[in-house]
Design a protein around this ligand. Sequence first.
Ligand SMILES: Nc1ncnc2c1ncn2[C@@H]1O[C@H](COP(=O)(O)OP(=O)(O)OP(=O)(O)O)[C@@H](O)[C@H]1O
Ligand SMILES: O=P(O)(O)OC[C@H]1O[C@H](OP(=O)(O)OP(=O)(O)O)[C@H](O)[C@@H]1O
Length: 208
Amino acid sequence: MDFVNIALAKGRLAENTLKMLTLQGITFPDYHPGSRKLIYENELQKIRIIFVKPSDVAIYVEKGAADLGVLGKDILMENEANLYEVMDLGFGQCKFVVAALRDYVDQPGKKIRVATKFPNVSRKYFHQLGRPIEVIKLNGSVELAPIIGLSDVIVDIVETGKTLQENGLIIISPICRVSARLVANKVSFKTKMSHISRIIEGLRQNAD
Ligand SMILES: Nc1ncnc2c1ncn2[C@@H]1O[C@H](COP(=O)(O)OP(=O)(O)OP(=O)(O)O)[C@@H](O)[C@H]1O
Ligand SMILES: O=P(O)(O)OC[C@H]1O[C@H](OP(=O)(O)OP(=O)(O)O)[C@H](O)[C@@H]1O
């Protein structure tokens, strides 16, 4: 039997994913939180996990370097990769929002300057509203942009609202909910069908 490779987003989503795998008896003996090793194997069950940057999960899965992957819906929406979105894993819950400074006043007809890590999601959302925007692509600390005058609004994910609140921003419109998703390579889904579906079934039973 071939190995099934699972690409996991390093960071916030990794621990929950490993917990779900452990609940179905899939463990990686030499894994421990804080380790810098990026690849682990369960030799008996022929499952390998690889830790990659959240924004790289989709490319590993699309190219078949990984058969399955776990990543946030936010990144999936932004990348629009050619793969199967298999299931909502239930954790990593947050939402996409448009936020601005408390005293921000929208001026209809005026181009909105949007700072974000998610240019495609932002363009699509404002396009649906028929509003022209200028995207300012940032890689983090997006909440700073309106304070410093770099943008009018931001498009970002919000969980507790603490980051917005501590920076004097408020949600002006929710966009959609976001959570962790299991994705699969389209070819592996057929060629490794029985092995993959056993893993998926196990995850389904333990999804929140
Ligand atoms: N504050 C949050 N609360 C809940 N889930 C979050 C939060 N921030 C991010 N996420 C989810 O977790 C995923 C991984 O986020 P994480 O912070 O680990 O990496 P990142 O900041 O997206 O990537 P990078 O490390 O490359 O900057 C996100 O794609 C999103 O789905
Ligand atoms: O609503 P909250 O619970 O405060 O969480 C939201 C924050 O979490 C994420 O940032 P992250 O910690 O990944 O930092 P970065 O995007 O600025 O690198 C997101 O981009 C928000 O800034």
